[in-house]
Design a protein around this ligand. Structure first.
Ligand code: NAG
Ligand code: NAG
Ligand code: NAG
Ligand code: NAG
Ligand code: NAG
Ligand code: NAG
Length: 374
C-alpha cells in the first residue's frame, strides 16, 4: 500500500518537474524569438531548399519553430500538419503575385518590403490591408485544395462535395476534383486562429481589427468557392462520349484576383461598436455581405514617402503620359508633374525567314520616351 502511494507521488513529482522545465523552455523560446511580422512571410520562404532535408515533416523535426511570424496557435496547427507548410507558402506567394498584378501602376502597388511582406502599412486598417488579407487567404485556400487533389497531402484527397442537383442524370459525379471544402477549412483554422488569440477589450480598436481581418479572410475564401465550377469530361472510344464524368474545379487564380479586386473597389467602411460588433460607418450604405471586403480606416496618402508608415511614395515611378487612369502621370504623380527621358531601345527588326529553318534579324535602335514622377 505504502509503496504504491510513494510510487504515485514520484510519478506526480516527475510530471511536475517535466511541466515546469517545459514551461521554462517555452518562455525562453518566446523571449528569444518575438513574433516578427506575420505568417505572410511564409510567402518569402524557400521551402524548395528545405525539402532536401530528410525528415523535415517527421514528428521530431523543428520545422514549425523555424517558421517566423507564426502565433502560438498557428504553431500548434503547423505541428499537426507539417506537410501543409510548403503548400501554404506557395499559396501566399500566389496571393502576393496576384496582388502585385492587380495593383501594378497604382499609387499603392503591393510592394514587398522585407520580413513583414507588406510592411508597416498593414498596421493601418485600410482597404488595401483588407485586400492583402483576402488575397492571401484565397491563395492558401486554392493551394491547399489543389494539393489535396494532387495527392500531395496526407490528410485529404479528391474533393467530396455533393453532386449538384441540376447535373444531367446520366453524367457521373466523381472525377477527382479539387478539395475545396478541405482547403476552406484548413485555411480557416490556420489563418483565422491568430485573430482569436490574445485578449482584447471588447469594442477596442484591436478587437475591431481582429473582426475586420476575419471578415476579409472569409471573403477571400468565399471568392475561391464562388468562382469554382463544375467541369466535365468525355470518355469513350475516340471521343464517343459514352461516359461523362464531372467534378468541382477551381477557377484560375487570375479570375479570383479580378473578383476580389472588384470587391476592393466596392469595399465598405465599418466601425466597431461598443458591444464589439462591426457596424456600418455610414448607415445609408447597404450592409456588406460575407463576400465583401470591409475596412476601418481611411487609406493614407500613398503619394509621399513616409518611412514610419511604410509608404514608399510615387516619386520616381514610371507613369503613362497618355492614360487618364490611375497609371496616368497626373494621378500617379499626385499632381507633382513628371520627368521625361529619352531612351534608346534595341529591337530585333527586318527579320527574314531562311529555308529551312531559321530566322535572321537585324538590330534596330528605336528611341522612346520614359516618364517618371517628380
Ligand atoms: C529545454 O531546452 C534545453 C536546451 O534547449 C534542452 O536540452 C532540454 O532538453 C529542454 N527541456 C525540456 C524539458 O524540453
Ligand atoms: C524582430 O523584432 C525585433 C523587435 O520586435 C527587432 O529588434 C528585430 O530586429 C526583428 N528581427 C528582424 C529579423 O526583423
Ligand atoms: C540536396 O541533397 C544532396 C544530397 O543529400 C546534395 O548533394 C545537394 O547539394 C542538396 N541540394 C541543396 C540545394 O541543398
Ligand atoms: C508620416 O505619417 C505620420 C502618420 O500619419 C505623420 O504623423 C508623420 O508626420 C508623417 N511623416 C512625414 C515625414 O510625412
Ligand atoms: C511599385 O512601387 C515601388 C515604389 O513606389 C517601385 O519601386 C516599384 O518598382 C513598383 N513596382 C512596379 C511593379 O511597378
Ligand atoms: C498608356 O495608356 C494608353 C491609354 O490608356 C494605352 O493605350 C497604352 O498602351 C499605355 N502605354 C503603356 C506603355 O502602358
Amino acid at each position: 500500500m505504502a509503496s504504491s502511494s510513494v510510487f504515485r507521488f514520484l510519478v506526480l513529482l516527475a510530471a511536475l518537474i517535466w511541466i515546469l522545465a517545459d514551461e521554462k523552455n517555452v518562455t525562453r523560446e518566446r523571449k528569444r524569438s518575438p513574433i516578427n511580422g506575420s505568417w505572410f512571410n511564409m510567402g518569402l520562404m524557400e521551402f524548395e531548399k528545405w525539402s532536401n532535408q530528410s525528415g523535415i515533416f517527421t514528428e521530431r523535426s523543428r520545422l514549425c519553430a523555424r517558421i517566423r511570424g507564426l502565433t502560438p496557435g498557428q504553431r500548434r496547427v503547423c505541428r499537426r500538419h507539417k506537410d501543409h507548410m510548403p503548400v501554404v507558402s506557395d499559396g501566399v506567394k500566389k496571393g502576393i503575385g496576384e496582388c502585385q498584378y492587380q495593383f501594378q501602376g497604382r499609387r499603392w502597388n503591393c510592394t514587398v518590403m522585407g520580413e513583414t511582406v507588406f510592411g508597416p502599412l498593414t498596421f493601418i486598417a485600410s482597404r488595401e490591408t483588407a485586400f492583402t488579407h483576402a488575397i492571401t487567404a484565397a491563395g492558401v485556400s486554392v493551394a491547399v485544395s489543389r494539393a489535396c487533389r494532387d495527392g500531395r497531402l496526407t490528410s485529404c484527397g479528391c474533393g467530396t462535395g455533393p453532386r449538384p442537383r441540376n447535373l444531367h442524370s446520366d453524367w457521373v459525379w466523381g472525377g477527382c476534383g479539387d478539395d475545396l471544402e478541405y482547403g476552406y477549412k484548413f485555411t480557416e483554422g490556420f489563418v483565422d486562429i491568430r485573430e482569436r488569440e490574445g485578449k482584447v477589450k471588447r469594442g477596442s480598436r484591436e478587437q475591431g481589427r481582429q473582426l475586420m481581418n476575419r471578415h476579409n479572410n472569409e471573403a477571400g475564401r468565399r471568392a475561391v468557392i464562388a468562382k469554382s465550377r463544375v467541369t466535365c469530361k468525355c470518355h469513350g472510344v475516340s471521343g464517343s462520349c459514352s461516359l461523362i464524368t464531372c467534378w468541382q474545379q477551381l477557377a484560375s487564380f487570375r479570375e479570383i484576383g479580378d473578383y476580389l479586386r472588384d470587391r476592393y473597389e466596392g469595399a465598405t467602411e465599418v466601425k466597431v461598436s461598443r458591444r464589439g460588433k462591426l457596424r456600418l460607418r455610414n448607415p445609408r450604405y447597404s450592409l456588406p455581405t460575407a463576400q465583401d471586403l470591409v475596412y476601418l480606416e481611411e487609406s493614407p496618402n500613398y503619394c509621399v514617402k513616409n518611412e514610419s508608415l511604410g509608404s514608399l511614395g510615387t516619386s520616381g515611378r514610371e507613369c503613362n503620359r497618355t492614360s487618364l487612369g490611375l497609371d496616368g502621370c497626373s494621378l500617379l504623380c499626385c499632381g507633382r508633374g513628371y520627368n521625361t527621358k529619352k531612351i534608346m531601345m534595341k529591337e530585333r527588326c527586318q527579320c527574314k525567314f531562311h529555308w529551312c529553318c531559321h530566322v535572321k534579324c537585324n538590330t534596330c535602335v528605336k528611341s522612346t520616351e520614359l516618364y517618371t514622377c517628380k
